[in-house]
Design a protein around this ligand. Structure first.
Ligand SMILES: [Zn+2]
Length: 315
């Protein structure tokens, strides 16, 4: 029975084994794909171009070795991203197995355990050239932290302890976002700050501030290890599938395409300010309209090059 048939046929509501079967089948198919690729490699004359074109495009053997072999880990990048299932780290960077050292934690928080993983990577994986901290739009952890900030009385009643710990890690970023949002909002004059803040804008701003803040934390940590490895940050927009960062050079409310350098902690207010300006112009991260929504010309040109497949000159 195929995995799809298993899930279609599933009528059980409790202690369901179907997804376990789907996962087990997936692993069997993975091993089988490697075995087929290996078989073709062994029977194909690699000098013959027409034969070579028949090879499967999985590339598993190149990345992971033949069955029975164990290759060295050789990623060039560490990526700290959110656990959200809609953030496909390898796919969105068009990387493959053994190319990225992935750490996925809800809210892409640079927790103690996360820093331990980063320490392992930079100390033991010699090909690491850079570290990415990647937030994303529509993040449940950021939303929970914003809601906690706006309604702090929730803590004692409804929020489970381990989630509260996660939220507390994100709250400083929400605090920065809220302060800057309040400074730019005349409606907050004479009112209780929390009551006057626009929840949607606060979530949008805090998403960028949190990714930037965690990147700064990682950068400071790596420097403490006396390693000169750059750290970048970005926010993956679920709607457009593009990565964006705040333009700290122009500081005019523009978002740029791609990853930005981790800002210093003293620049986090600037990141928030750029987001507040951006969200005053735009209702949402409408990255599909690059020429009119506040992205500058440099970004537009870079995206156009990528769209035309001119990836070599854009990198
Ligand atoms: Zn998330």
């Amino acid at each position: 029975m195929k995995p799809s048939q298993l899930s279609d046929a599933c009528q059980c509501s409790k202690a369901c084994q179907c997804i376990k079967e789907v996962l087990n089948h997936g692993n069997m198919e993975f091993v089988e794909a490697i075995r087929r690729e290996q078989q073709l490699l062994e029977t194909t004359n690699s000098e013959n171009d027409s034969e070579k074109s028949r090879l499967p495009e999985t590339g598993y053997i190149k990345q992971l070795g033949r069955l029975g072999e164990t290759l060295q880990q050789s990623p060039k990048t560490v990526v700290l991203a959110c656990s959200d299932a809609r953030v496909p780290v390898l796919d969105l960077f068009q990387r493959r197995a053994n190319e990225v050292f992935e750490i996925q934690l809800e809210g892409n928080v640079a927790s103690t355990e996360c820093l331990g993983s980063i320490s392992y990577a930079v100390e033991h994986l010699p090909k690491i050239e850079g570290i990415v901290v990647l937030g994303h739009t529509g993040c449940g952890a950021i939303t929970a932290a914003v809601d906690q900030y706006l309604s702090p009385q929730l803590e004692a009643t409804t929020v489970e302890g381990s989630i509260m710990s996660l939220i507390r890690t994100i709250i400083p970023s929400v605090d920065i976002a809220a302060s800057v949002l309040a400074m730019n909002s005349p409606s907050t004059q004479g009112t209780v700050l929390r009551d006057a803040l626009d929840r949607r804008k606060l979530i949008g701003t805090a998403t960028f501030v949190n990714a930037a803040a965690m990147a700064w934390k990682v950068q400071a940590f790596v420097r403490g290890l006396r390693r000169n490895i750059p750290v970048w940050y970005g926010v993956y927009d679920l709607a457009s599938c593009r990565i964006l960062h705040a333009d700290l050079d122009r500081r005019d409310g523009s978002l740029l395409f791609g990853l930005g350098d981790a800002p210093h902690v003293t620049e986090l207010n600037e990141v928030a300010q750029i987001l507040v300006m951006y969200l005053q112009k735009m209702n949402h991260f409408d990255a599909a309209k690059f020429s009119t929504n506040g992205h500058n010309l440099q970004t537009t040109a870079a995206w156009e090059k990528l769209s035309m497949g001119d990836t070599a000159s854009a990198t």
